[in-house]
Write a protein that binds this ligand. Structure first.
Ligand SMILES: NC(=O)c1ccc[n+]([C@@H]2O[C@H](COP(=O)([O-])OP(=O)(O)OC[C@H]3O[C@@H](n4cnc5c(N)ncnc54)[C@H](OP(=O)(O)O)[C@@H]3O)[C@@H](O)[C@H]2O)c1
Length: 237
């Protein structure tokens, strides 16, 4: 197993939730740029495993369900002593129906969205964020739909609420770690064609991911909390 201090590796990223979609594309993009990638997955046969088989020099995998606190702590222990330039928590879920409101969503679906997008994502930040080195970046995949100011029409009520809560929790984390010297980035990637984004999304992964990666890399050595889109522009909270 390689790590960030291994020969030839000066640029490294830990991506939580890299099995498919944006997370896997992010792993491929960073590896293509010569970075070392440690990606976490839940399943045993994922697109990240395929990628790691093609690029064993650049990509390694770990197992993590972000809603499983024991798994989270165990991963934190396994990675103790490692250091990454960027720790990025990508994992997230949408509830099944965009038109569900708080009146119609089932309690189970609501809890699932909140457990994953808020508690799970933030426990990953709490447990693994410290692996980002000095001047490094702790990033979380938020959404433009997490913006309260930009919510004029509703739709995706549950998902929006989960990402807004994620943003709020990340602001608390950033406040508590204001002297850490790390950038803390909430990324609004735009609406992108993935399993979650669906076929009607206006942007493809191929177009969007290089932009997302450019923005993340540019945040190094710029401490502080920022909610950014994939062009590096601030998103209104
Ligand atoms: N696509 C868009 O338009 C869009 C827009 C804004 C924000 N986002 C955000 O971007 C992130 C990735 O979205 P995507 O479009 O790539 O969605 P996706 O294709 O549905 O992929 C979701 C990813 O999250 C992982 N995941 C879900 N629950 C998890 C858990 N409990 N533990 C660990 N991993 C978990 C999935 O792993 P499994 O394979 O194991 O299920 C998968 O890797 C999400 O946070 C999403 O909210 C997406």
């Amino acid at each position: 197993m390689s790590n960030s201090t291994a020969p030839g590796i000066g640029r490294s990223i830990l991506i939580v939730g890299a099995s498919r979609g944006l997370g896997c594309a992010m792993a491929a993009e960073f590896a293509g740029r010569g970075w070392h990638v440690l990606g976490t997955v839940r399943g045993a046969e994922t697109s990240l495993h395929d990628l790691a088989a093609e690029r064993p020099d650049a990509i390694e995998t770990e197992t993590l369900d972000i809603t499983d606190h024991d798994q989270m702590r165990a991963l934190g222990k396994r990675l103790a002593g490692r250091q990454f330039d960027i720790v990025f928590v990508n994992a997230g879920v949408a509830n099944r129906s965009a038109i569900d409101t708080m009146a119609t969503v089932s309690k189970e679906e609501f809890v699932h969205a909140m457990l994953t997008n808020v508690l799970g994502a933030m426990r990953a930040v709490e447990e693994l964020g410290g692996l980002a080195g000095p001047g490094g970046v702790i990033g979380v995949m938020s959404s433009g739909q997490g913006s309260i100011a930009n919510n004029a029409n509703g739709v995706n009520d549950v998902y929006r609420a989960s990402k807004a809560a994620l943003n709020q929790a990340m602001a608390s984390y950033a406040g508590r770690h204001a002297d850490s010297g790390r950038a803390m980035i909430l990324m609004a990637p735009g609406w992108i064609r993935t399993d979650m984004g669906g076929a009607n999304a206006p942007f493809g992964i191929e177009e969007a991911m290089p932009q997302i990666v450019d923005v993340l890399i540019a945040q190094r050595d710029s401490p502080g909390l920022r909610f950014l889109d994939r062009h590096g522009r601030p998103v209104t909270w």
